[in-house]
Design a protein around this ligand. Structure first.
Ligand SMILES: [Zn+2]
Length: 259
């Protein structure tokens, strides 16, 4: 998409400059409450302004700029402000219409997020990472190189790597959420559930040290009911009880050949 026009950039994608070159006349970062980004534009989208929250840090602000730029450039996107208004006014009145609006809204948000990731993490920048073995070190390197959040970087690795991967975010040993790559078998989890006892993560957490573990074998039963020849787990313990667990599965051979 845009990368064909921009050309290859070594380092973080200058998202605000790109927005300005595409008729966003103003990009402003400031503390916002209750929302992450606002796009103000006219019906024809001849020009626009983007306002983003900077309370969650520079990387989150960069993502929000890219997200709002996505709404601006994706032509079928119905303007958010008008959307929101219709939703509240018609609340409880026409449930079917409302549901359609909600679905459209959610779809647009997903599309804007995909646009943002595609812009901030170009394929050419990820290629070397995707050619090597998956590891948390590669995620951190990519995060620093592209100036994106650890979460965005992890998501890109898990979703685009050929190996079957999953990532688990937890705080104080309680699972916050999970991202599963297209080839990873089903993983059993619920939000707020305690990390499985068989996992290596609780042991690293208990040690109280911040850092990244080695990638080592773990019982597949810790994470899935599928029978796997092998499962590997690597752990990053962050500050304030945050942990990131990277899971790398070996699939049974028949399944491997099928794909
Ligand atoms: Zn949005």
């Amino acid at each position: 998409m845009l990368h064909g026009l921009i050309g290859q950039i070594d380092g973080p994608i200058p998202v605000a400059e790109i927005a300005r070159a595409l008729d966003i006349v103003e990009v402003r970062e400031c503390p916002l409450d209750g929302c992450e980004g606002v796009l103000i534009t006219d019906r024809q989208r001849s020009r626009g302004s983007i306002l983003v929250n900077n309370k969650r840090g520079a990387q989150a602000a960069r993502f929000s700029i890219a997200h709002e730029l996505g709404h601006f450039l994706l032509e079928r996107h119905v303007l958010g402000l008008a959307d929101g208004m219709v939703c509240t006014k018609n609340d409880m009145r026409e449930s079917r219409t409302m549901r359609q609006q909600m679905q459209r809204h959610r779809k647009q948000e997903v599309e804007a997020n995909e646009f943002a990731i595609g812009l901030l993490v170009p394929d050419y920048a990820m290629a070397p990472t995707l050619r090597s073995d998956p590891a948390i070190q590669a995620i951190t390197l990519m995060k620093d190189k592209l100036d994106i959040s650890l979460e965005a970087s992890t998501r890109c690795l898990v979703e685009r790597h050929d190996e079957p991967l999953a990532a688990v975010w937890a705080r104080d040993g309680l699972i916050r959420y999970v991202v599963r790559g297209p080839r990873f078998p089903w993983i059993t989890w619920k939000q707020g559930q305690r990390l499985p006892d068989l996992s290596r993560t609780p042991r690293y957490l208990a040690s109280g040290r911040v850092g990244v573990s080695a990638m080592s074998e773990v019982a597949p039963a810790a994470w899935t009911h599928h029978e796997l020849p092998e499962l590997f787990e690597q752990v990053r313990i962050g500050k304030d009880g945050h942990s990131l667990t990277l899971l790398w599965a070996t699939l049974p051979e028949a399944e491997d050949e099928e794909e």
